[in-house]
Design a binder for this molecule. Structure first.
Ligand SMILES: Cc1ncc(COP(=O)(O)O)c(C=O)c1O
Length: 340
């Protein structure tokens, strides 16, 4: 079965599986006291510079919630796009663990702007009102669009002006880097991001994400927060070995490039179908398109994907490192067949 439902429908990339197998020998220290974790941290430092702190966790929800917990107190608010993963796809984990209010802002194509954020920074120092502390953006966004470096810098300037922090949910950070044709550092650390959730699972890993602190003063208590938040893996070497493989030989870039190219190809082919309307700019590994309602279920039987917006029939098609042209043809042929 192949699908366009999510990039986490794909399995483990063979180079990553190999790295896990290689790490599967003898006894090594637990909870990160091992050579694989040391190496993985070094890999992150090669990409982001030496003055960072990196912590590995299990999943993206954990990375986001714990990263945010390092930046907030429970009387704070977090300003994010309305459709941000932290606002609509993490159940109430942020609310339960942070106690903060998330302010979901309607956006165009999933991206916050300084003007949109500034409108929500209100009643500063008013003890009756949640105090805005974090701007949280996803790179790529939930609509698979990509913030430019200038857009991120502008949000960072705004955050600093208001004594706030900038958080980036980088569940698909590799897809963004490839789209921008930049290294991982330029649009994160160098653009003023304080804390980054670095995604592995959607780019070929089995399990594992990283919380990367560029503002290292925020990391002082993070090891305790990670344990308290139940995201400390005892056999850490198996998360670390995956990151070693992902961040070696440009695997992160190869995987993301392939996924992004497949999305471009899908866009091209869908644009040839009069029954289909592309709704968002295709900038990374996702395509959003409105399909005729009566066709959706039949096409889903041929190859599965999710309806993103049931009211408008906007569907989401995610490509991954192992999406093939054949998968795209299967999808496009099914849409063509059922809309004829
Ligand atoms: C934007 C975004 N952030 C974070 C995540 C990570 O979520 P999970 O907790 O399922 O790993 C996802 C996964 O769908 C996502 O799309």
């Amino acid at each position: 079965m192949k699908a366009f439902a999510s990039d986490n429908y794909s399995g483990i990339h063979p180079e990553i599986l190999h790295a896990m197998t290689e790490a599967n020998h003898e006894h090594v220290g637990s909870y990160g006291n091992d050579i694989y974790t040391q190496k993985a941290v070094e890999k992150f430092k090669e990409h982001f510079g030496k003055e960072i702190e990196v912590f590995f966790v299990y999943n993206g929800t954990g990375a986001n919630v714990l990263g945010l917990s390092a930046m907030t107190k429970s009387f704070n608010s977090i300003i994010a796009p309305e459709l941000a993963h932290i606002n609509v796809d993490e159940s109430t984990a942020p609310e339960k663990f942070l106690g903060c209010k998330i302010i979901g802002v309607p956006t165009t194509h999933g991206k916050l702007t300084p003007a949109l954020v500034e409108e929500r920074i209100i009643r500063v120092h008013d003890q009756h009102h949640p105090q805005a502390k974090v701007i949280s953006i996803s790179q790529t966004s939930e609509y698979a669009t990509v913030y430019t470096i200038e857009e991120i810098k502008a949000l960072s300037v705004l955050a600093k002006k208001h004594n706030m922090y900038l958080h980036m949910d980088g569940s698909r950070i590799a897809n963004a880097a490839v789209s921008l044709n930049k290294g991982l550092r330029e649009f994160t650390r160098d653009a003023g991001v304080d804390v980054l959730s670095f995604g592995g699972t959607k780019n070929g890993m089995m399990v594992g994400e990283a919380v990367v602190f560029f503002n290292t003063s925020l990391a002082a208590d993070f090891s305790y927060q990670r344990k308290q938040g139940m995201q400390l893996h005892s056999k850490m070497r198996f998360i670390s070995a995956q990151f070693n493989a992902l961040l070696s030989n440009d695997l992160w870039k190869r995987n993301a490039s392939h996924a992004n190219n497949m999305a471009k190809l899908l866009e091209q082919k869908l644009r040839e179908l009069p029954a289909v309307t592309i709704t968002q700019p295709v900038e990374a590994n996702g395509v959003f398109a409105i399909l005729p309602k009566q066709n959706i279920e039949k096409v889903q039987e041929a190859i599965f994907f999710y309806v993103w917006n049931e009211k408008t029939n906007e569907c989401r098609f995610m490509c991954s490192y192992n999406t093939t042209e054949e998968d795209i043809n299967t999808l496009v042929d099914a849409i063509r067949k059922y809309s004829a």
